[in-house]
Design a protein around this ligand. Structure first.
Ligand SMILES: C=C(O[C@@H]1C=C(C(=O)O)C=C[C@H]1O)C(=O)O
Length: 281
């Protein structure tokens, strides 16, 4: 019995992992692998990771192989605070321009495409690049960064750049929340080790509840040591993120999947979001 657990190496998902009972999971043969979302998405779809946080877009590409753990996500309503388009021109003027996209993302790069193509009717060229604001903007008109790369970039970006929060743009045009990450488990891992998946699930829920109960302290104290910044910034950041996955967040995600499918970014439509233990209707 063992599980390989993926852990997104960005602070946004930390409340789900911070209070995990790592000791007990390790004793039962589990290992935890920290990687950026795009790497975890691939590792999970290749069967190298069994369970963990992944891009919500990656779930849509693997609905036949993955099941979602209920009540867990990284979602945002009016702002996310760590997924930004940095642009040399206002967003309305991006048609015909080139945009560099961070290679660490799957959800946000497709969300940006949906927003620009569907809501602004822009035709834009894209290039995937390693996350680095300065290098990305050398040969491009705009760039998309996520996670801590985006946060750090806001701390040092030039005043001349326009900055757009993708959750705010999505909310403005749809009135819906956006779910960036979900916690998925491979169906073969459920068949093999459902007891351990259950234990891990309860530990995720415990971590989420305890993180909220403690108002994200002492997690923020640790983040300050690693990343710096102001305590007030991190307090505000975590207050703006939602870690539940209620019907409302699911409806927002379904709309995103539908638009991504209509624009050809998903090969198959997502018929339904499959939650572990949920009765199929
Ligand atoms: C909230 C964020 O969401 C992240 C964005 C992801 C993506 O774009 O694929 C994947 C996982 C999330 O942790 C963030 O990057 O800040």
């Amino acid at each position: 019995m063992s599980l390989i657990i993926g852990e997104i190496s960005y602070t946004n998902i930390l409340p789900l992992y911070y209070h995990l009972d790592r000791e007990s999971l390790r004793e039962q043969g589990c290992s935890i692998i920290p990687q950026v979302p795009s790497q975890l998405n691939k590792a999970m779809s290749d069967g190298l990771v069994d369970v963990g946080g992944i891009s919500s877009f990656a779930y849509a590409e693997n609905t036949n192989q993955f099941t979602l753990l209920p009540d867990l996500s990284v979602s945002a309503y009016e702002k996310v605070g760590s997924i930004f388009l940095f642009s040399k021109v206002p967003i309305e003027e991006l048609s015909g321009k080139s945009i560099a996209l961070t290679s660490s993302s799957a959800t946000s790069i497709h969300l940006l495409k949906v927003i620009l193509e569907r809501f602004y009717e822009h035709t834009v060229s894209y290039e995937m690049m390693k996350p680095n604001l300065e290098k990305m903007l050398l040969d491009h008109d705009a760039c998309l960064l996520i996670g801590d790369d985006a946060i750090m970039a806001t701390w040092r970006k030039a005043e001349t750049l326009y900055q757009y929060d993708l959750a705010s743009l999505w909310y403005k045009h749809t009135g819906m929340p956006m779910t960036f990450a979900v916690v998925a488990v491979r169906n073969d891992a459920i068949e093999r080790d459902s007891h351990l998946v259950g234990q891990l699930y309860r530990s995720f829920i415990h971590s989420k509840s305890l993180s909220k109960e403690k108002n994200y302290q002492p997690m923020i104290q640790d983040i300050l040591k690693t990343y710096g910044g102001e305590k007030a910034f991190w307090d505000d950041y975590f207050q703006g993120l939602y870690y539940d996955f209620s019907k409302r967040e699911q409806r927002g995600l379904e709309l995103y999947y539908q638009l991504a499918y209509e624009l050809g970014y998903l090969i198959k439509p997502v018929e339904s979001i499959h939650l572990w233990g949920a009765v199929e209707s």
